[in-house]
Design a binder for this molecule. Structure first.
Ligand code: BGC
Length: 771
């Protein structure tokens, strides 16, 4: 049956002929799009084409050093293809009106925004979302973000960030899914699906916005965890460890890709033809649009690659379609064309991809299709979204310690006197974490408010800030402002500590809300020490002297060092922010919900261990994790117990689980075969809880050195007290394949370790042979 759709109306004051959309097969749709874009381009001047390659930031929210207050003028001149981070749908539509009605061809603007973990309903940081190990939750979070953003006029988000981040010193670990390529790929796919829904389906009705996979590529591998720093990596490592999440996002249909700031093989990603054309388009089949990161064409000069003009030409030739903020394309490509450094077809290619993107987003059909005041009012921060966010936020918390010697501290009872202490207790702007610029903090509860509401008249709540975030008042005040956060007050530290100790003495239990506030992770927030900031540690030491049980809520956007805390406080839970954080925390702390988050980054014992990750390559002199005594001539530190304090995949709950030995359906398989590995997991505790059963594989003898362990599958299961379940994993060739020395994706015969357990450390082990 042929579906006839509405006529594609030319917005460009009817200068572009109307195209009847009678197509319904993908091939017909593509042909129709090609006709439309070709016809439009035949009318475009060089300046108008370059205008389509130009993206500018708004002057509302700064996410980098460039601002633009020229948007209306550029829009009227047809020189503004895209703009990002405008907050109000009416402002967005007003600017769109200028582009559509005043510019010669009326080509609509593509409105983008950094909607990273929510619009007004803010979910945990992406790192925290990944700790749910719940792909439906990840999809839902992205979908809700998209619904709210779309209702507010946004068509395009610069998310997901899928950079593998092995080094917790890098503050942008917060924005990704942690250290694992397999989990990272699943998260990438879930986020793309969540954002886009059926956006690119011409008959689609579901709200969605275009995803942008970033930062392509290897941005998370900056040396020393220093943001924007050099990256140097073997192709083997790229293909096996760093590329999979980008590829998964592309395969999930992401409409756009953002190149990264860093160099790849000596050439900035922004102008790296191998990366942007050979890998992305030729090997992976990406058909969408590539945008640079913030002014990165301009930054190529600082990388040591010459003038803006030369670098703009290089970026275009490499496969970049849109220039974010550098004014390199709009400012210099005409000259490069005159000088023969780029050809008209290079400009046309990029222009076509941008126009195709706008076409596929149906902006030519209706440039105002994203958002309205009415829609915004009905969905933004609505009850349903808040409830989902509360549930997912609770799912993301990772319980790292709960009492000692089988005497749990959590869950707490709602009775007696509870002290809530720490710099995070009264902040409304920081509760959502970094990269939550679209937030409306006036709507959120502080921790104090949330706890008060939950405890009502059941228990007495005593609160005080207790300490500063850092000892440096300048950092605490000024940086916060730069990040659109209200600074957390800089208090007299002696006085604050005395008050905290006094309150703690009166309480039955002390809850400390500490760690990183919003601006302490995210872009440009590398840390050289991952330990608790000194004033916060001093407060913990003082509170410990009271002898009261201490529950530490560690707010973080990365792996942090909790070695002292693990020995000196009674319970530790990692918290990854969110607009509903206060309520979600009460749900978990007071036992309505059992914690179920599992770490997606290894937490080190000391900063010097970084980069620390579980899926490392073996050395020739293996030293097992947990080894305390120093061994000579071995890859171990003189001054640290080996391995992480809390391993990848780790997390406790309010119950306990036992694991049987692994049963195999067979010990051998051939290339087309499969083996079922099963294990019986039993809830041995007193209440229903969720366990994440994890499958790891190690190739014992391969043609190249392979990681000591690699996550290949997992099941998130909820068991009642006493309940057992037989959990099955199907091992097929795709779980055993890797890129070999020639970068061929192969299955090699031989023996493989099969490991199953609750985290990457505590596994049961057996082996299989591939014949
Ligand atoms: C960041 C990107 C972000 C862009 C636009 C850059 O500084 O690296 O992740 O999307 O700014 O705000």
């Amino acid at each position: 049956m042929t579906l006839r759709r509405t006529t594609l109306i030319c917005l460009a004051c009817c200068q572009i002929s109307a195209a009847a959309m009678a197509a319904n097969t993908p091939a017909e749709e593509k042909a129709e799009m090609d006709r439309f874009v070709t016809e439009l381009m035949s009318r475009m001047t060089l300046e108008e084409k370059l205008g389509q390659l130009n993206q500018q930031p708004s002057d509302e929210i700064a996410t980098g050093p460039v601002v633009n207050s020229n948007a209306s003028k550029l829009a009227a001149e047809g020189k503004l293809s895209s703009i990002f981070n405008i907050m109000d749908v009416e402002k967005i539509h007003a600017l769109q009106k200028i582009a559509v009605e005043k510019s010669r061809l009326g080509i609509p603007i593509l409105f983008g925004m950094d909607v990273i973990h929510g619009y007004h309903t803010i979910f945990p940081l992406p790192l925290g979302l990944s700790c749910t190990w719940d792909m439906e939750a990840v999809r839902q979070a992205a979908h809700i973000a998209a619904v709210e953003a779309a209702a507010n006029g946004v068509a395009w988000t610069f998310s997901p960030m899928v950079d593998i981040a092995l080094d917790s010193r890098w503050g942008r670990q917060a924005e990704g899914a942690g250290e694992d390529p397999y989990l990272g790929s699943l998260v990438a796919e879930a986020m793309v699906r969540g954002y886009q829904g059926d956006l690119f389906n011409p008959d689609g009705t579901e709200a969605g916005i275009m995803a942008c996979v970033k930062h392509f590529a290897l941005y998370g591998a900056a040396e020393a965890g220093l943001d924007y720093n050099t990256v140097d990596m073997s192709h083997l490592r790229m293909y096996n460890q760093y590329f999979p999440p980008y590829k998964a996002a592309v395969e999930a249909g992401a409409g756009s890709v953002m190149s990264s700031f860093n160099i790849v093989d000596g050439i900035p990603a922004t102008a790296n033809r191998w990366l942007l054309t050979e890998v992305l388009r030729e090997q992976w089949g990406f058909k969408g649009m590539v945008v640079t990161d913030y002014a990165s064409i301009h930054e190529m000069t600082s990388h040591g690659l010459g003038s803006l003009k030369d670098n703009a030409a290089r970026a275009l030739l490499a496969g970049t379609d849109m220039d974010m903020c550098a004014n390199g394309f709009i400012g210099t490509l005409k000259q490069s064309l005159d000088e023969g450094k780029v050809a008209m077809e290079d400009i046309d290619r990029a222009c076509r991809r941008v126009l195709e993107t706008k076409y596929r987003l149906r902006l030519f059909k209706d440039p105002y299709r994203f958002g309205s005041k009415k829609e915004a009012a009905s969905v933004t921060y609505c009850k349903e979204h808040r409830e989902t966010a509360r549930r997912i936020t609770a799912e993301s918390f990772v319980l790292l310690k709960n009492g000692t010697d089988g005497h749990p501290v959590l869950p707490l009872e709602m009775k007696g006197t509870i002290a809530l202490i720490g710099p995070m207790i009264d902040t409304r702007t920081d509760i959502t974490g970094s990269w939550s610029m679209p937030q409306d903090a006036t709507k959120y509860s502080t921790l104090r408010e949330g706890f008060k509401r939950a405890l009502a008249d059941k228990a007495q709540l005593l609160c005080t800030q207790g300490c500063n975030l850092t000892d440096n008042p300048k950092t605490q005040q000024a940086v916060a402002k730069g990040h659109n956060c209200e600074p957390i007050p800089f208090v007299d530290s002696r006085q604050a500590m005395m008050e905290a100790v006094e309150i703690a003495r009166k309480a039955d239990v002390v809850i400390c809300a500490m760690g990183e506030c919003a601006w302490m992770n995210g872009e440009g927030t590398s840390r050289s020490r991952l330990e608790m900031y000194p004033p916060q540690r001093r407060l913990l030491e003082a509170l410990r002297q009271t002898g009261k049980p201490i529950v530490l809520l560690n707010f973080a956007g990365r792996g942090t060092v909790l070695t002292w805390e693990s020995e000196n406080v009674d319970a530790i839970m990692n918290v990854w922010y969110g607009s509903e954080c206060a309520d979600a925390l009460c749900d978990v702390l007071f036992g309505k919900v059992s914690p179920s988050g599992r770490l997606t980054v290894s937490m080190p014992r000391s900063t010097g261990q970084e980069p620390l990750y579980y899926n490392r390559l073996p050395t020739g002199r293996p030293v097992p994790d947990g080894t305390k005594d120093y061994r000579v001539w071995s890859p171990n530190y003189l001054d640290a117990v080996q391995g992480p304090l809390y391993p990848f995949g780790y997390g406790l709950t309010y119950s306990t689980f036992s694991y049987s030995d692994i049963q195999l359906s067979s010990r051998t398989m051939n290339a087309d075969g499969s083996i079922t590995a099963s294990i019986v997991v039993k809830n041995t505790g007193g209440r229903e809880a969720t366990e994440v059963v994890q499958l790891y594989i190690h190739d014992i003898a391969a043609s190249i050195s392979r990681p000591v362990k690699e996550l290949k599958d997992f099941r998130r299961i909820t068991l009642k007290a006493g309940e057992s379940r037989n959990v099955e994993f199907h091992i097929t060739a795709d779980k055993l394949k890797f890129y070999n020395y020639n970068l061929d994706y192969v299955l090699e015969s031989g023996e493989f370790d099969i490991m199953i357990g609750p985290n990457s450390r505590d596994v049961k082990k057996t082996s299989i042979t591939v014949e």
